[in-house]
Design a protein around this ligand. Structure first.
Ligand code: C5P
Length: 395
């Protein structure tokens, strides 16, 4: 079977219709485009507006929708679809499918399709166990329809038994398994990334900063989004465009970066400190421009707090990843840094090669040893690093 990129999600009338919202969110995160079609009864349980917001596409509910190109929605909507999933599928809708009825948009679409049809039944246990529904379920299987669920458990009516719709995560897993498709490696994971330099003010017009371009951190943000993650990017000043799908917080100083990280670290699964955080800041930045004189100027510097070490020391830290840019003894210094900051993984590179460059080499150090990612673009390195992280957290 070909992989699934375009899905028509049919929603029929049942209390489980509310789960279609979460289901749509999961599909979209998986990179699947979702065209929602709702029956009239489904609109009594969840609004087309909600489904439109989550799918990012107009929701269709009627055969006679003027918005459809050639006035033949049953053809037009299924043309692009790799599959139709009806979730929840009511007992009535299953009966309609068995009979080949086509008296509304969704049933017509199912009859006119030339792609696989998957059905997730959801109903009260008596309705599910009724011989008529059981007959219909068997007939659908005989007709080549894939039945996903139902599950057993407590039902909306208060009874316990078979008939609950499968949970959205299980439906996604079943759909992907049907198409022999791997879930995205970071689907559903939250990733917090620091990127770029920090700027430590000396006076209103002068500052201490470094040559970090932010390219590595932004590439990691982009690759994490591609892999299905929800990304928060805390960035020092850069000339780069942040990926639109990331939540981006712009900061200047190390102190601001620390505050932004601590405000967003809750519920994160992964924290990747890529920023070149200034180790020191002026002890007392001047409110006024410091006047030039002939004598030596000494600026007292005090250390900045280590953001990565602080996150790693939280009672329930996310999976923490650091970067080590060294000019000598790369692996030795990087490993010392990994142990000192108490983090499971560090990515080491030669500072002079990596800073501002488009390509670089990365060596990943974890407690199994070192893994080299050969010289390539920062986006490809980011994908390699994130695949390594996904393997570590899934083990
Ligand atoms: O100790 P060093 O600065 O070399 O460590 C680099 C790693 O620590 C990077 O991942 C960097 O983002 C992080 N770091 C930090 N806060 C600091 C200094 C470094 O998060 N104040």
């Amino acid at each position: 079977m070909q992989s699934i990129k375009h899905l028509v999600l049919g929603i029929t009338g049942g209390i489980a219709a509310y789960k279609a919202a979460e289901l749509t969110r999961l599909f979209v995160k998986q990179g699947i485009s979702v065209q929602v079609v709702m029956t009239e009864a489904a609109c009594q349980f969840i609004t087309p507006v909600t489904m439109q917001a989550l799918s990012g596409k107009q929701v269709y509910t009627q055969m006679w929708d003027a918005g459809i190109a050639n006035g033949m929605p049953h053809i037009e909507l299924s043309r692009e679809a790799d599959a139709i999933l009806v979730a929840p599928a009511s007992a009535d809708f299953m009966a309609k499918l068995v009979q080949g009825k086509a008296d509304d948009l969704l049933s017509t679409l199912c009859l006119a399709r030339d792609c696989p049809l998957l059905v997730a039944p959801a109903m009260n246990k008596q309705m599910w166990e009724h011989p008529a529904t059981q007959r219909n379920a068997q007939q659908l299987i005989a007709d080549g329809v894939t039945l996903l669920g139902p599950d057993s458990g407590v039902q909306a009516c208060g009874e316990t038994g078979m008939g609950r719709m499968l949970e959205p995560e299980a439906l996604l897993a079943d759909l992907l398994a049907t198409f022999q498709q791997q879930p995205l490696p970071l689907a559903g994971k939250r990733v917090l990334i620091t990127a770029g330099p920090t700027v430590e003010q000396i006076d209103p017009v002068r500052a201490i900063t470094n040559f970090s371009s932010g390219k590595m951190g932004y590439s990691i943000a982009e690759a994490a989004l591609e892999m299905g993650a929800e990304v928060t990017l805390v960035s020092g000043p850069t000339a780069l465009q942040a990926p639109a799908a990331a939540k981006t917080i712009s900061v200047k100083s190390a102190q601001e970066m620390l505050n932004a990280v601590m405000a967003h670290v809750n519920n994160q699964d992964i924290f990747i400190g890529v920023a070149a955080v200034a180790d020191y800041r002026p002890a007392s930045p001047s409110d006024q421009k410091i006047k030039k004189s002939d004598s030596t100027l000494n600026i007292e510097l005090v250390p900045n707090e280590d953001i990565l070490a602080k996150v790693a020391a939280l009672p329930k830290p996310p999976f923490c990843v650091g970067f080590a840019a060294e000019s000598e003894n790369l692996l030795e210094y990087a490993e010392q840094k990994r142990k000192r900051k108490n983090i499971p993984l560090i990515a080491a590179n030669i500072a002079t090669e990596a800073l501002g460059a488009d390509e670089s080499t990365l060596t990943l150090l974890d407690n199994t040893g070192s893994h080299v990612l050969a010289k390539t673009s920062k986006l490809k390195l980011a994908r390699g690093l994130l695949s390594h992280i996904a393997k570590m957290i899934n083990n």
